[in-house]
Design a protein around this ligand. Structure first.
Ligand SMILES: [Zn+2]
Length: 334
């Protein structure tokens, strides 16, 4: 879990494997290099204001990682916005044009559930560029990490539930198109079912979709993923972890993917406003570790995206996402 007390510690200059620098980690053994890049852009903020989706979380995650000494400025890389050509690998031209030109119908806006702005559109294109870059980084470094993305409710011709375009599906199809991977597997641990992912990859045997979610929650219609784990309301750490372990094991052993896209939603947390599972912060970090260790032991590169998180206290959501970085740091060190 996040060490909140560390934030009250003064920054001190010390020397460790990273060289001489200032951070709050006074135990040099605690100050471990990140062996992967964190893809981030200040433009990730979807500009939603007081919306239940705390779109300022992306900047807060970036800042907390630096403050805690988990990351250094040199660990971050900025993505380019995705090219429309890449977005069109998944989405229809009409949908892309209506997003680009601000000509969505009232029905489309209501289904999307976020207010339209140019900044919002730019943020989705940047997040998608970020997930593409994280997938590339995963193939190079074994782990790629986008500090946004996971917009798993987007469909080819419409957006839903705060998701305008499906960054993860776009990144998978782009990696396949470039011949960098043949088989990809999506492990979706957001509390909400990955309906967009299931819809996009239905009938595509080259992509295995695994969604572990609360059954009695959005979306009401759940098109079948390759593997769906429907969890009861109030499912806690122990059952969640054992169901994930079993499903992940079966999928990875049977399918042998070339790339794993991990959608690390923070919303299975017990104090989430849009979730009804009961995971603790420790349970969520154990979940992250489980995915990373399983992928690592099977030598499968992993690209991480963040997806949802609506804790009553936004800093809980931020801490859960930062813990995913720490779990990755601990799993991927030489
Ligand atoms: Zn969610």
């Amino acid at each position: 879990m996040v060490e909140r007390e560390a934030l009250d510690e003064p920054m001190r200059r010390h020397e460790c494997r990273r060289g001489t620098h200032e951070c709050v980690r006074h135990d040099v053994n605690d100050c471990r290099d990140l062996e992967f890049k964190l893809v981030y852009h200040p433009g990730y903020d979807l500009n939603l204001g007081e919306h239940v989706f705390p779109s300022k979380k992306f900047g807060l995650i970036h800042d907390l990682l630096l403050q805690e000494g988990t990351a250094e400025p040199s660990d971050f890389v900025e993505p380019e916005p995705a090219a429309d050509e890449d977005v069109l690998l998944v989405h229809g031209l009409g949908w892309v044009e209506r997003l680009r030109t601000g000509t969505l119908t009232m029905d489309e806006l209501l289904t999307l559930e976020i207010p339209y702005s140019e900044a919002m559109i730019r943020a989705f294109w940047l997040a998608t560029g970020g997930t593409i870059l994280a997938a590339r980084n995963a193939l190079r470094d074994r782990l790629g990490f986008n500090l946004s993305g996971g917009f798993h409710h987007a469909f080819p011709d419409h957006g839903e539930g705060f998701c305008a375009i499906h960054d993860v599906a776009i990144a998978v199809l782009k990696m396949q198109k470039e011949g960098l991977v043949q088989k990809a597997m999506v492990v979706d641990c957001d509390v909400h079912h990955g309906n967009g992912t299931a819809g996009i990859f239905a009938g595509d045997n080259s992509v295995l979709t695994l969604s572990l979610h609360q059954y009695n929650n959005y979306p009401s219609e759940k098109p079948p993923s390759t593997i769906d784990i429907h969890l009861r309301d109030g499912t806690g750490d122990e059952e969640y972890l054992s169901r994930l372990r079993e499903a992940c094991h079966v999928a990875i052993e049977g399918f042998r993917p070339d790339l794993l896209m991990y959608i690390a939603g923070a919303d299975p947390y017990f104090d989430d406003q849009l979730g009804g599972l009961a995971l603790t912060m420790e349970g969520l970090m154990a979940r992250d570790r489980l995915v990373f260790e399983m992928a690592r032991s099977h030598d499968v590169p992993v690209a991480v995206t963040l997806a949802g998180g609506y804790a009553r206290n936004v800093m809980d959501t931020v801490a859960i996402h930062c813990n995913t970085v720490k779990a990755a740091r601990d799993a991927y060190h030489s």
